[in-house]
Design a protein around this ligand. Sequence first.
Ligand code: RP5
Length: 196
Amino acid sequence: MEHDSRTRITIQIFSVKVFDLKPETKKTVLNKNKNMSKVAIIMGSISDMPVMQDAIDILKQFNIETEVDIVSAHRTPEKLFDFSKNAHTRGISVIIAGAGGAAHLPGMVASMSPLPIIGVPVKSSNSIDGWDSVLSILQMPGGVPVATVALNGAKNAGILAAQIIGSHDKKVLDTIIAYKEELKAAVNKAAEGLKK
Ligand code: RP5
């Protein structure tokens, strides 16, 4: 009960502070909050980097802030716990997790984080044929989803992360719309080339 009333007082103070601001100051505060969306890109090993670089590159192209780290489910389990439990408190909106072989990283992050997790199966040195990575990430139990992209599909993981942010951020949404127009123009140009 005591906690509830303290929460109410804080909310009242907060609302007075925000809504008493001059219009231009208020706009700055709101815009600052709007730009806070960040994507975390993690991978099980530095050997995943050549694949995961595609996610970093496309998010950079979309002007979305990224945080990149190596978090191994098997070799650094304490870091995995710490990262998964705290990522949402640091302004991160979406997590992209790439791993190969017995790829437990995306699923374990999903088990502890409230954020959307996109899994990238990597065809790594310990993969038999890539199917091991795909199925380890894809076949999650009910209640703990991981949005799994294609084998080595880090670029699509980056685009999907941007689309999730774009669903509530107009600036990012417009970037995605422009990107799709570019894709269409490239296909049309190639088709025109065939007719010459
Ligand atoms: C996985 O094992 C990593 O994500 C990587 O794909 C694979 C091989 O790791 P290294 O032995 O190259 O470090 O956990």
